[in-house]
Design a protein. Sequence first.
Length: 181
Amino acid sequence: MQPLPTLYTERLILRPLELADAEAVQQQFPHWEVVRFLNARVPWPYPADGALSYLRDLALPAIERGEEWHWSIRLKSAPEQLIGNVSLMDQTDNNRGFWLAPAWQGQGYMSEASAAVTQYWFEVLGREVMRVPKAAPNLASRRISERAGMRLIRSDEDDFVCGRLPRDIWEITREEWRRLR
C-alpha cells in the first residue's frame, strides 16, 4: 500500500493523521459544536484519552488496512496548528466525514478540505460514487454537500451524539463530479 500523501489546497495543508496528533485532536475535538451531529459511536462526554484511543485503536489501523484515509487539517499560514480532520472511509453509504474546531468554522475551510479529499477519492482511489451521511439538522454540512453538487438520495433516522435525528444520505458519482469541475 502506498503511504498516504499530504494534500495541499489554496489555504490548507491536509497532512496524514499520526499518533503524534493525539494531543492536538484532544484539545480541538471535544466541543459540543463539533460533536453534536456526529454518529453516536463518538463517546460523550469525551474521555481524557479519547483522541489517543481513537487514533491508536481505530483510525491508524484502518489506514494500514487500506479501508480509511484520515488527514489533519492545518492552515498554510500556521502549519503547526491542527484545526480539524477530514476522512474517507470505504463503508457502505459512509465515504467522507469531517470536523472542524469552532474557531475556524464558517470560513470555507471545510469546503476546501472536502474538495481535496473528494478528488483523491475519485482520481486516486478510483471510486465510482461517494455517499455522505449527515444529521439532517446540520445545515452547515448540508451546504457543503449542496455546493459540491451532491444530491440527497435518501433519508432515514440514526443516533447522533445529541440524540436520535433524521439522517440524510448525499451522493455524487465520479461522472457528475467530473462534469462539475
